[in-house]
Design a protein around this ligand. Sequence first.
Ligand code: TTP
Ligand code: MG
Length: 361
Amino acid sequence: MNDSKTRKIIHIDMDAFYAAIEQRDNPELRGKAIAVGGSGGRGVVMTASYEARQYGVRSAMPSVTASRKCPHLIFVKSNREKYKYASDQIRKIFYEYTDLVEPLSLDEAYLDVTENKTGEKYASVIATEIRARIYEVTGLTASAGVSYNKFLAKIASDINKPNGQTIIRPDQADAFLESLPIEKFHGIGKVTAGKMRDMGITDGKSLKSVDLNALVSRFGKAGRHYYHVVRGIDAREVKPDRIRKSVGAEHTFLKDIDSLEGLKDELGKVVERLLERLGKVDRKGYTLTLKLKTSDFQILSRSYTGETALDNRGILTETSDILLDNADIRGRSYRLIGLQISNFRGDTEDDDSEQPRFDFT
Ligand code: TTP
Ligand code: MG
């Protein structure tokens, strides 16, 4: 594995992607607080313009909450085809520089430009050029992070957002990571950050003071990853055109649940989360799997494979309800419920032969 500090990795992330496209296409929306997503009772904000973010409007926030925080917020319906088109345009630009492009979602990708098609030596020059090209072709702004591994490049792209870029050189990495608050480490979510704070870990410096065994015994395999990344070590390669096998969302309850009604409520929330995640990957899946974990950690799963893609709220709500109804949950209590979409078109040879089916395992 190439673990040296000589690679040149760029992480590119479009600014307020869906919202920026809507503002580009409708001058009346420019400079205004807008949110892309449904404004109705069950609507969720997919993303918000930077003007709206000043009021605390964020992705995945219920639209009613967003309107409360920002009463003049303008809701715009999402238009996936438009976003996909812009995404294809920016990907074409990436390939002008390197074939080592790993898209993470419609608006985000890692590029390995160690060897690149332009012969340019400085990755930061390439990043500036790519951002200028993106603006020229799409009229949209992007931010970039430049470093010698994926972990640092990804964090860097967020630092000077929007329309900015940040380079973290090998000799700057240690100091940067030591002063980084634990919440900013990519891959450390709210829950893990809470656990770390309980252990007295608040930033890179304190994370570094915990030895490998302690991190592994507390966080499992992820502990090993944290141990390395805080030292600036991340040997993951940029994998061109990563194929995702599944997208899932799950929820562990604060208190075990033993009623069907209780589980249905939680299931509704998991459907919303799954929809958000599906929104970020550009694949259509045909199999939905419901997972339940009992209070004594037994796993129960039910799945359904459809003839058409399971890609919208209506079909996901209906199918997951049927799966739950069929799970025969009586007599036990549960600590977790989850959903997963898999069987993306193109993953298997015999996709066309798939018939609708429920699988009870
Ligand atoms: P992000 O890159 O996370 O957000 P963004 O581009 O809107 O804003 P930023 O400037 O902070 O990068 O996501 C890209 C797009 O994916 C976003 O425009 C809308 C969509 N998305 C969802 O549909 N649901 C979500 O929960 C998130 C986070 C994003
Ligand atoms: Mg973005």
